[in-house]
Design a protein around this ligand. Sequence first.
Ligand code: ATP
Ligand code: MG
Length: 288
Amino acid sequence: MKNNSILRLAIQKKGRLSEDSLRLIKECGIKFSNGTGKLKSRAGNFPIEFLYLRDDDIPDYVADGVADIGIVGENVALEKGKNIDHIRKLGFSRCRLSLAVPKEVEYTGIEYFQNASIATSYPKILRRYLDENQVTAEIHEISGSVEIAPSIGLARGICDIVSSGSTLMSNGLKEVDVIMHSEAIIIGNQNLDDEKKSILDQLLFRIESVQKGKNSKYILLNAPNEKIEEIAALLPGMRSPTVVPLAEKGWSSIHSVINEDDFWQVIENLKKAGAEGILVVPIEKMIF
Ligand code: ATP
Ligand code: MG
């Protein structure tokens, strides 16, 4: 690999994606300083450079090759992005892009919007959704504070990002239809050269290890030897569980890895099978 090759990653300068994007990079063992007000910085121990930008601008910069890859919400990638690759979902900044109407409206279906006006910052995604549902509506594109549009008479409803719904509620609106679910993703330029691809692969490998670690827990427990087989069957682990004899005769310590999603069910079953002194510890990274 040429040693001057460097991957340029665009991340949101300030907003809901910034903190988690930077945390992910740090968890990948990449060291950098991001002094406030900086627009660019370089990692000290990995061939990567960061550009700090507004999220709306990131898909265009990636498509143009100013940045090689970027982290944005899928909602923004779909709205702004043409000619970019959607490389990897990152599992944070989860939200929905939804239609909402004043809460007193008796909403019976998407026909409510027929010939109505809808305010949104996502005209392309909304237009596609309305077309798919054979609804003709006027789309008012506004860049912020979309949720006040109905109360000032600008639109009959809105299409905007929702997570808890509290912003809608405090503006007298209710969510009536989900257009898409979104989370942060890595997007990439479609013409990366081999050196940049190779750096990207290293980065993705690290991200995967961090993500797998987060979805798994290391579990240690004690069990009487005659129960080992039954308990081992409940703990598939990475290969199979580790069994270590305890100082007390007839007892062993069993170690394994379990998936976060099955966690409580597995614990319940282990207790029933006779496990004692169960310890569960977080895993920082998992490499296969
Ligand atoms: P910028 O100044 O960079 O243009 P912005 O105001 O457009 O920022 P943010 O509000 O920081 O954007 O949101 C960035 C992204 O985070 C959104 O595009 C969406 O994917 C996600 N997001 C927005 N609101 C929420 C939320 N309440 N919960 C989780 N994720 C959200
Ligand atoms: Mg923005």
